[in-house]
Design a protein around this ligand. Structure first.
Ligand SMILES: *Cc1c(COP(=O)(O)O)cnc(C)c1O
Length: 450
C-alpha cells in the first residue's frame, strides 16, 4: 500500500517549488517542506502526491510570512478600544511617524547650533502651550508616567490615596501594584465610597512624600459618596509642604462639552486647581499615539527628567513625530472635530451612522441570505476608561440566526477582520467607526466574499 514519500530534491525541482523559492527564499521553503515530510513520515501518511505536499508548504509559508498584526474593522461600538489599539491616528500623523522611522531625523540634534538637543524639545513646548503647564515630558504610556512620577517623588516613602481610587484598568494596571513597583508605599485613606479631607490630613506624617489623586476611569461610584476635589486636596498637600500628583487617565486637552460630549477633566483644569504634576494618556481621548504625558512645574519635571528610569521609558522618534502632528491639530480647536479621527468618530451624527448601517445591511443581507439582517439603534462607548456611564446614540447592523459564534469567527477571518459583538442572540455591528473610506473598503470586501 505504501509508496515512498517524494524526496526533498524531487519536490524542489517542481515548478510549484520554483514559485515558492522565488517568493519565500531557500531557507524557509526547505524548512517548510522538511517539516511537512517529517510530519507525514511520523503519521505514516506515505502516499501523498507531490502537489499536496507543495500546496501544504505554500499554506505554511504564507502563514509564517503573513502579518500577525493587521488592520481590522472596529464595529464593536467602543471607539477607543484598548484591545484594538485605542485611538485611530490622523493620516498625516501616521505618515510623519513612518517618515521619521525611515530616515535619520534631528531627534536629539539642535539644527541651529549643530549640537546635541533634547528629544522632548519637539513636543514639550506644544504640550505646555495647550495645558498651561510650566514644563512637560513624555514617556511610553500613562502607566509609565505614573510609575516614573512616583519613583521620582516618593521612592521608599508613603503616598496617601483614597480607597475609592485604587483602580484596576483592564490588563495589568492596578494602582496598588504600580505604586509598589515604583517603590512608593501606598497609604490607603478613607473608604470605598467616602473619603474626606480629614482622612488625608490625618494620614500625613514625616515619611509622606506626596498626595495622589487618581481619576475614576471606567467606573462610577454613585449614591452616598464623598471625595476630595483637586483644589481642596492641593491645599492640604501644600499646607504640609508636599506635592499633589493627579493621574487623569484619559484626560482631554479640550473641553468636550463644546461638542455636546460629557465633560472629561482636562490637564489645564487639574493644574489650575493646584496639582503639581498631572499624567494622562496619548492614545485615549487625546487621539494620538501610545504615550504618557506628564505636565507640571519646572522643578518636578526637571527631577523626573533626571531619573535614570526616564531613559528606560522614553518615546521613540516615530511616536514623537506622530504626537507632534496630533498636538498641532489642537492649535486649531475649531476644526478639531474634523481633523482628529478620535473626536470625529465620537461626534459623528447618529443620522450619518444610520445611513451607513442601512447601506451595509443591504450588502450583509446579500452576503448572508439565510440570516435575518436588520438595522437597530444602539449605543456606542467612548472606551479606554473615559466617561464609562455615558453612551453615544448610534446604529448597528444586526445579524441573527443560529451558530452566532461561528458567524463571528467567519467575520473575523475575512482579509480585513470584522470585529463586532454578540448580545441578545444577535451579532451587532455598530457602524459608528465605519466612516466613508472604511465603508468603501468594507463593501468591497463583502462583494469579494459573496
Ligand atoms: C488608562 C489609565 C491608565 C493607564 O494608561 P496607559 O496609557 O494605558 O498606560 C492609568 N490611570 C488611569 C486613571 C487610566 O485611565
Amino acid at each position: 500500500m505504501t509508496s515512498p514519500l517524494p524526496s526533498l530534491d524531487f519536490l524542489l525541482r517542481t515548478p510549484t517549488a520554483a514559485v515558492l523559492l522565488a517568493r519565500f527564499g531557500r531557507t524557509a521553503t526547505i524548512a517548510a517542506l522538511r517539516g511537512i515530510l517529517a510530519d507525514r513520515r511520523e503519521a505514516r501518511r506515505f502516499n501523498a502526491p507531490a502537489e499536496d505536499i507543495l500546496d501544504e508548504a505554500a499554506d505554511v509559508l504564507a502563514a509564517s510570512f503573513g502579518r500577525s498584526q493587521k488592520p481590522v474593522f472596529n464595529l464593536t461600538g467602543t471607539v477607543l478600544h484598548t484591545n484594538l489599539g485605542r485611538s485611530p491616528m490622523p493620516p498625516e500623523a501616521a505618515e510623519a511617524a513612518a517618515e521619521a522611522m525611515r530616515s535619520p531625523t534631528n531627534l536629539e540634534f539642535d539644527l541651529r547650533t549643530g549640537r546635541r538637543g533634547e528629544r522632548d524639545d519637539h513636543i514639550a513646548p506644544l504640550i505646555c502651550r495647550l495645558t498651561g503647564a510650566e514644563a512637560a515630558t513624555v514617556v511610553n504610556n500613562n502607566a509609565a508616567a505614573v510609575m516614573l512620577v512616583l519613583n521620582t517623588l516618593a521612592l521608599g516613602k508613603k503616598v496617601p490615596v483614597s480607597r475609592g481610587e485604587l483602580i484596576e484598568i483592564g490588563g495589568a494596571f492596578r494602582v496598588p501594584d504600580i505604586m509598589s513597583r515604583a517603590g512608593a508605599i501606598l497609604h490607603e485613606v478613607g473608604t470605598t465610597n467616602r473619603t474626606h479631607p480629614r482622612d488625608y490630613v490625618q494620614a500625613i506624617g514625616p515619611d509622606t512624600a506626596a498626595l495622589m489623586r487618581v481619576h475614576q476611569a471606567n467606573y462610577a461610584i454613585e449614591g452616598f459618596t464623598a471625595s476630595v476635589p483637586t483644589d481642596a486636596l492641593a491645599r492640604i498637600a501644600h499646607d504640609a509642604g508636599l506635592p499633589l500628583i493627579e493621574d487623569l487617565g484619559s484626560g482631554s486637552l479640550v473641553d468636550l462639552a463644546r461638542w455636546d460630549l460629557p465633560h472629561e477633566p482636562t490637564p489645564s483644569e487639574a493644574l489650575a486647581a493646584g496639582a503639581d504634576v498631572v499624567t494622562f494618556s496619548g492614545d485615549k481621548l487625546l487621539g494620538g499615539p501610545q504615550a504618557g504625558l506628564i505636565v507640571g512645574n519646572k522643578t518636578v519635571i526637571a527631577r523626573i527628567n533626571a531619573n535614570p528610569l526616564k531613559r528606560a521609558l522614553r518615546l521613540d522618534k516615530g511616536r514623537i513625530a506622530a504626537l507632534e502632528v496630533v498636538l498641532r491639530l489642537y492649535l486649531d480647536p475649531d476644526r478639531l472635530a474634523a481633523t482628529l479621527p478620535a473626536l470625529r468618530l465620537l461626534t459623528r451624527p447618529a443620522a450619518d451612522i444610520e445611513a451607513t448601517a442601512q447601506r451595509m445591511a443591504a450588502l450583509l443581507q446579500r452576503a448572508f441570505p439565510d440570516r435575518p439582517v436588520a438595522v437597530e439603534p444602539c449605543r456606542s462607548q467612548i472606551g479606554s476608561g473615559a466617561l464609562p456611564v455615558d453612551l453615544l446614540p448610534s446604529a448597528a447592523v444586526t445579524l441573527g440566526g443560529g451558530a452566532l459564534e461561528s458567524l463571528a469567527a467567519t467575520l473575523r477571518s475575512m482579509p480585513r477582520p470584522v470585529v463586532g459583538r454578540i448580545a441578545r442572540d444577535r451579532i451587532w455591528l455598530d457602524c459608528r467607526c465605519l466612516e466613508p473610506r472604511e465603508e468603501a473598503d468594507f463593501a468591497a470586501q463583502l462583494h469579494a466574499a459573496s
